[in-house]
Design a protein around this ligand. Structure first.
Ligand code: GTP
Ligand code: MG
Length: 189
């Protein structure tokens, strides 16, 4: 089992970092908690809960040095707070994504129950333009049954070919092992 500590990390750490990005309320903080098996990132049914970048150092058992840092970012694209979100983007998210040297992997979360939005496509484009490796995590997979889930994933793949997608449920833990494999692979020295 991993352990995790919330830290104030704006100066870049020497450890690899994984950023969790996606629209407000898509489940970023919940996926972090599910991966860590701890309620460390604050979650809420009110979109816009995460308003700053929150960092969590993750340690493997018996090792004092963190193996990876998880960065929980504010969500984008929630209608009620457009100005706040866009000023956050230009103020600190954009420089973070462009310049953060330790940033090894970006996870872009989409809600598998909602077709990908323009804001999601803009983020894919943006990450490509700044040459950040990223992986799509399709959250809230527990809300769809097997066949419907398959169809939703196929539809997503059709509109956005060449993107790798891991279906995930923070509620049931499905997708957890696969996502950990992806993270471990990305942060391997
Ligand atoms: P912001 O910080 O506001 O951008 O939101 P967030 O992306 O961090 O979302 P958060 O983890 O706070 O979750 C938002 C809501 O979705 C909460 O009510 C969660 O309980 C719910 N939720 C998150 N993950 C899942 C999931 O896998 N399945 C289901 N059914 N609900 C989920
Ligand atoms: Mg959050």
């Amino acid at each position: 089992m991993t352990s995790a500590t919330a830290v104030d990390h704006f100066p870049a750490p020497a450890f690899p970092e994984v950023a969790f990005l996606g629209r407000s309320n898509v489940g970023k903080s919940s996926v972090i908690n599910s991966l860590l098996g701890a309620k460390i990132a604050k979650t809420s049914s009110t979109p816009g809960r995460t308003q700053a970048i929150n960092f969590f150092e993750v340690r493997w058992p018996g090792k004092p040095q963190p193996e990876v840092v998880f960065a929980d970012l504010p969500g984008y694209g929630y209608a009620r707070v457009p100005r706040a979100i866009s000023s956050q983007w230009s103020g600190f998210i954009d420089p973070y994504l462009k310049e953060r040297r330790c940033l090894t992997l970006c996870l872009v979360l989409i809600d598998v129950n909602v077709p990908p939005q323009e804001s999601d496509r803009q983020l894919f484009e943006y990450l490509r333009s700044v040459e950040r490796p990223f992986l799509v995590v399709a959250t809230k997979a527990d809300k769809l049954s097997g066949n419907t889930l398959r169809r939703a994933l196929d539809a997503f793949q059709k509109t956005t070919p060449n993107l790798r997608v891991v279906p995930y449920s923070a509620r049931t833990g499905s997708g957890r092992d696969e996502l950990w494999r992806e993270i471990r692979e990305a942060i391997r020295p």
